[in-house]
Design a protein around this ligand. Structure first.
Ligand code: NAP
Length: 550
């Protein structure tokens, strides 16, 4: 039976079965599973004033999902699948938030979410086997389980550039963009960053700004989205083929609704490769990566894709100096998350867009009137930082989580995140981290990764109830081995070759350089998790007693 008790308030705190932090894709589904499937008392705590997680905050111009829309939704519910239809191939941010509200309302989830409240700390009390969570509203919640659904990219990374405080105009980070939008008309805008976000924002800001100056430190590959409105025929196809689409997503390494082609790049002739790449470029989207199966494991194979994209950039961008800067890319294709764009390179053919190379002439400081690089000052009215996130660990560490004997998570992870399966941390009983570091997470289509984690956690808690167990914790040796497995999976690919990528934490000064997501593929990871459960939750300890040896 669903729990219908009201949320505890400052005056009436009451112990809960579970506290979930975050009301995005992860938190909402976890709430549904625990409350409606297991009948637990659950409270979700959410900093935003609404559901949506990352999509609530990332409202920058051009914000759009780059997973194909038919795959960017929950698949656990036939009712949800049948009663929702996306309008575009790659949905825009407002439509995704609308979807999240549709889900939350249809499953009556909001009554167990407290919005506008920030978790300031979480402490585990061994004697009581209880988590106590404190919030910025000054109240406390207690629960047996603590589950984080805080997303992997939710802690904005604003670079520490001297003089930023003195800037007389407005500045924004794309991950915390004003809800009312920003009027760029008649404004000289500086955009710092050319990751997925900067690449999505550039053409949109250019449409209305008086002038847009893009500050590029690292040139990036990008594949055209070729976004389009979905036809009724395609919508019908999706509704009639849910099971088939899900099957592809669940059996592919990255959770997307297309298969990786079983062929090697160098087995094809140059002409054959050109035809295949042209076809994939014309189709657009992340599927470009699936033309050959060895693009992420063989540098020579990767070079063929990289060279193709560089030649595309040079053919699109008319100014040869700008084209040279944009195509001077220093890492293999797809070793940083490949952006998907809507006329990004074309934007540099506009008279009102300038590219500045801040690799050659780094940003020095900011003045009241603009950004100063080694080459001089660029006068600006607005600065937009598309400078990314303290990814995967940033938000978790900000929660100030303390495990057994008061051990701070920050200390446990001082040399980088250490988890077992990305699900649990040794020394932190009954804490689960949805899409935590050490799981495929950001290397996968997120809703697929989230559903798998939420369902595994739900099954684990159901197992505990069935067995009369009240505590689950990853074993130290299991976590140690998993860290080795995560490193080995990354080393088997070209991914670590992008030395400055956020996958490695390299974008945040002082952050340990550890490859954080599990690169062994979602389908293999799912099997590993299933096998662990099947073998009596191998590598976990329950209620202080070992259920099975690892
Ligand atoms: P990002 O990939 O980390 O890119 C940040 C950019 O800012 C990089 O170009 C970086 O340069 C630059 N930068 C950072 N600090 C700088 C500084 N001090 N001076 C100059 N340049 C600086 O961040 P993002 O673009 O926000 O994307 C993060 C992730 O979010 C993506 O990879 C993707 O997974 C996700 N995302 C998804 C979507 C979608 O689904 N549609 C859209 C946007 C983002 P360096 O490379 O030199 O460090």
């Amino acid at each position: 039976m669903p729990d219908t008790s009201p949320s505890p308030s400052v005056d009436q705190p009451q112990p809960l079965d579970a506290i979930i932090i975050g009301a995005g894709f992860s938190g909402l589904y976890q709430l549904h599973c625990l409350r409606d499937r297991l009948g637990l008392s659950v409270q979700v705590l959410e900093m935003a004033e609404g559901v949506g997680g990352t999509w609530y905050w990332n409202r920058y111009p051009g914000a759009r999902c780059d997973s194909e829309s038919q795959s960017y939704q929950y698949y656990f519910s036939k009712d949800l699948l049948e009663n929702w239809a996306w309008s575009e191939r790659f949905p825009q941010q407002p439509e995704i938030v609308e979807y999240m509200n549709f889900v939350a309302d249809r499953l009556d989830l909001k009554r167990n979410v407290r919005f506008g409240i920030r978790v300031t700390s979480a402490h585990y009390d061994e004697a009581a086997n209880q988590w106590t969570v404190e919030t910025d509203a000054g109240d406390r919640y207690t629960a047996q389980f603590l589950i984080t659904g805080v997303g992997c990219l939710s802690s904005a990374n604003v670079p520490d550039i001297p003089g930023l405080d003195s800037f007389a105009g407005n500045w924004y980070h794309t991950g915390l963009f004003p809800h009312e939008g920003v009027d760029f008309s008649e404004k000289r805008v500086g955009l710092v960053g050319t990751g997925s976000t900067g690449i999505q924002s550039t053409p949109e800001i250019a449409k209305t700004a008086k002038h847009l100056t893009v500050f590029q430190r690292t040139a990036n590959y990008s594949i055209p989205a070729h976004n389009t409105m979905l036809t009724d025929e395609f919508k019908r196809y999706c509704k009639e083929h849910h099971a088939d689409i899900r099957e592809v997503m669940h059996t592919s390494p990255n959770g997307h609704p297309f298969r990786i082609q079983e062929r090697l790049a160098l087995d094809s002739s140059e002409e054959e490769r050109a035809v295949l790449y042209e076809k994939a470029w014309a189709k657009g989207g992340l599927e470009f990566r699936s033309v050959f199966e060895d693009l992420l494991v063989n540098k020579a194979a990767n070079d063929t894709a990289a060279d193709f994209i560089r030649s595309k950039i040079r053919s699109i961008v008319k100014n040869p100096d700008t084209a040279a800067l944009l195509s001077n890319i220093d890492h293999p294709f797809a070793t940083k998350r490949p952006p998907v764009d809507d006329h990004y390179f074309e934007a540099y053919n506009r008279d009102n867009v300038t590219l500045v190379d801040v690799r050659a002439a780094p940003i020095q400081h900011i003045t009241p009137t603009g950004i100063v690089t080694e080459d001089g000052e660029y006068d600006l009215d607005i600065i937009v930082f598309a400078t990314g996130f303290d990814a995967m660990t940033g938000t978790l560490l900000k929660l100030d989580i303390h495990g057994r004997d008061g051990l701070p998570l920050k200390e446990a992870w001082s040399a980088g995140p250490r988890t077992y399966l990305g699900l649990q941390v040794a020394g932190f009983p009954n804490l689960f981290t949805i899409t935590g570091p050490g799981s495929p997470s950001v290397l996968c289509n997120m809703p697929v990764a989230i559903e798998q984690h939420v369902e595994w956690i739900t099954d684990c808690i159901a197992h505990m109830h069935a067995q009369g167990l009240d505590k689950v914790e990853a074993k130290v040796e299991a976590a140690d081995q998993w860290v080795l497995d995560v490193n080995a999976a990354a080393e088997a690919t070209l991914l670590p070759q992008a030395g400055h990528s956020w996958y490695l934490g390299a974008n945040v000064p002082g952050k340990p350089r550890v490859f954080m997501p599990y690169a062994g593929g979602m389908a293999s990871y799912r099997k590993i998790c299933d096998d662990v459960a099947e073998r009596g939750y191998e590598g976990f300890t329950f209620s202080g007693q070992t259920v099975s040896a690892s």
